[in-house]
Write a protein that binds this ligand. Sequence first.
Ligand code: ADP
Ligand code: MG
Length: 427
Amino acid sequence: MINSLKDWMTNLMFLTLPLFLAQVLWLDRPRQSYRMRWWHMGLAAGIIGILCMSSPLLLYQGLILDLRQVALIISLLYAGTRAGLLTATIILGYRIYLGGAGTAGSILSFILILAAYHLLVRRYRGRGGCPRMVCAIILSLWGVGCVELIFLLIYEPVFHNPATQLLMLEFALLQSLSVWAVTYCIELMLRNRELRGAIEETRKLKLVSELAASVSHEVRNPLTVTRGFIQFMRRPGLPEEKRQAYIDLALEELDRAEHIISEFLSLSKPQMDRIETLLVSQEIRYVTDIISPYASMNQVAVLVDLSGNCSVSGDRDRFRQCLLNLAKNAVEAMPHGGSLHITASRTGAHAQIIMRDTGIGMTPVQLEQLGTPYYSTTDKGTGLGTMFAYNVVRTMGGRIHAESSPGSGTRFTLTIPCVPAAHSSSR
Ligand code: ADP
Ligand code: MG
């Protein structure tokens, strides 16, 4: 009689546990750093086969029945012949080590499964999950059939016994059920991964199309204005100073269009170009030098405190652009003057940059929209500046946290992982 349901469940657990581990450690990761190779699968299935043998469903006069064939079938179907051969070698090696009358039969049944796999492989290859599951069940039934046939020859008197036949039928059912359950789980996991990939792609396309719509809308305005000025300039007898003023305005509008396009282009290239070790204090000083004239024009005092210093890793130009975007927003948020505090410190393994302004602030609803394309409350704004900043910090492995309340200003906290300081050169 089959020992107990408990042994079957134990075998099934050995077969399914690695699937959950694969899901958590590999498939759920956003960036798959791990690439499965044939021998990984072959080795894992071999170990699972040995574990199954340690908890057999039936032990009878040197005959051991367990779900090791399922491990072999999975290895063959999902990682190919080489993986299957490795699994078979590991399992049979252990079977030979255990010894007993069933050893030869076990080896023979594995050879017959490998042969059947070769006959079936052309039929199901490249035809998706369902044929693969059917193939797995056929191989499983074939495997049990082989065991039955071999042992009918070896243990003839016992196997003619109706009780033993019933037992083999029971085993065939349990093994087929197991192979179906395991392949079903694997197929489900693979399909989910494909779907996730497709959703990611769609999301990216949606973002690009939204951005493209916003950019073309934003670029059309300056172009229309420029066209108007050029038309004005064609008027005969136009005074020279007016002509100059129109040219200046047209150039200003073209610069604005160019600015919008360059912000859009910098967004569509989220990966870093040139990764360097950046000294946080040095980059902040650079940005404050640039923003200071603009700030003083708007009666904004820029106060910098660079007490704690550390280095981060990233693209220098993008990091500067990110800080500049945030600083510029802060100045723009203080139309009647105020102060912009920039502090850099080190908290554990992270660099913390705080940009605090005394500007108009934002409501919780506005704060929630920050970092999304389109969102801008200024006339000349593109709504891309903060989005770019969020992108850059994310690519550097950090995050931005914004706090604000209307009338009392805004505080941006950038937390970026530190790297060991290196000799950093300024450009
Ligand atoms: P843009 O500056 O082109 O409008 P941004 O993405 O840089 O686009 O900013 C989006 C919007 O977020 C701004 O229009 C502004 O309303 C709001 N914002 C950003 N930073 C601040 C800040 N420091 N204080 C108040 N509002 C801000
Ligand atoms: Mg801005």
